[in-house]
Design a protein around this ligand. Structure first.
Ligand code: BTN
Length: 233
């Protein structure tokens, strides 16, 4: 269960960094929220601009897990975000592995960090959801928010509590159902990519997160770091 302990800060450098620095003092499932972040971090060392008005939070998971369950965390958090957005009448899809889109624009991102080698000591799931931001400057063509879609201000705390409700439901239910929902909401299926200088169509996502790609002469299974998905979106 997540969210038994929720701590809200007016400002942090990054909620993920805070959780990583305070693992010893936080319980399994604890949530750290910041109203704004001064050094919000995205995937691939990108910056996550974090002005007030959006949701920035991290969840700590300390129950021991195998490294291959990281993709499971990706699936569970992405589906929880989509369900949360749908709850507020925002129609969203999943951009593999774990961005959420409205149309072609990104509305949320997830940064998962872990410690430990084969057995994981802890996982930090950091989530940013664009809620009341209206101006994305040079990212205007690529990013959107709930407010831009709904034309009204949204209560950030309500979005968090709806997310927690869905995430806890998902933790209780059969993983295969959640995984099937992830596939259904994913926009990567049927897209064409280049792998080893040949064109392939993505036909499926496996439970371990690898992609099944196919062309007229071969079917391949590739890990998600083996291909560039840049061209897809
Ligand atoms: C991405 O799409 O690149 C991932 C963005 C993740 C941003 C969230 S905001 C809360 C948490 N704290 C951070 O510093 N990053 C994540």
């Amino acid at each position: 269960m997540i969210g038994k302990s929720i701590k809200v800060f007016d400002e942090l450098d990054s909620t993920n960094t805070f959780v990583k620095n305070n693992v010893a003092n936080l319980e399994n499932g604890a949530i750290i929220v910041a109203k704004k972040q001064t050094h919000g971090r995205g995937r691939r060392d990108n910056k996550w601009v974090s002005d007030e008005g959006n949701l920035y939070f991290s969840i700590l998971m300390t129950s021991k897990k195998d490294r291959n369950t990281i993709f499971k965390q990706i699936v569970q958090s992405s589906v929880s975000i989509v369900r949360t957005l749908n709850h507020f009448k925002v129609k969203a899809s999943i951009k593999y592995p774990n961005d959420c889109l409205v149309g072609k624009k990104k509305i949320s991102g997830v940064l998962i960090e872990s410690s430990g080698s084969s057995k994981i000591d802890y996982i930090v799931i950091g989530i940013g959801i664009n809620i009341n931001q209206i101006n994305f400057c040079d990212l205007d063509e690529k990013a959107t928010s709930m407010k831009q879609n709904l034309k009204k201000e949204i209560d950030v705390g309500k979005v968090l509590s709806v997310f927690i409700k869905y995430y806890n439901q998902i933790l209780e239910c059969n993983y295969v159902e959640t995984f099937n929902e992830y596939i259904k909401k994913s926009v990567v299926i049927n897209k064409v990519i280049t792998y080893n200088n040949e064109d392939y169509k993505i036909v499926n996502i496996e439970e371990d997160g690898s992609l099944i790609i196919k062309n007229s002469s071969a079917i391949e299974k590739v890990a998600f770091n083996e291909i560039s998905l840049k061209e897809l979106y």
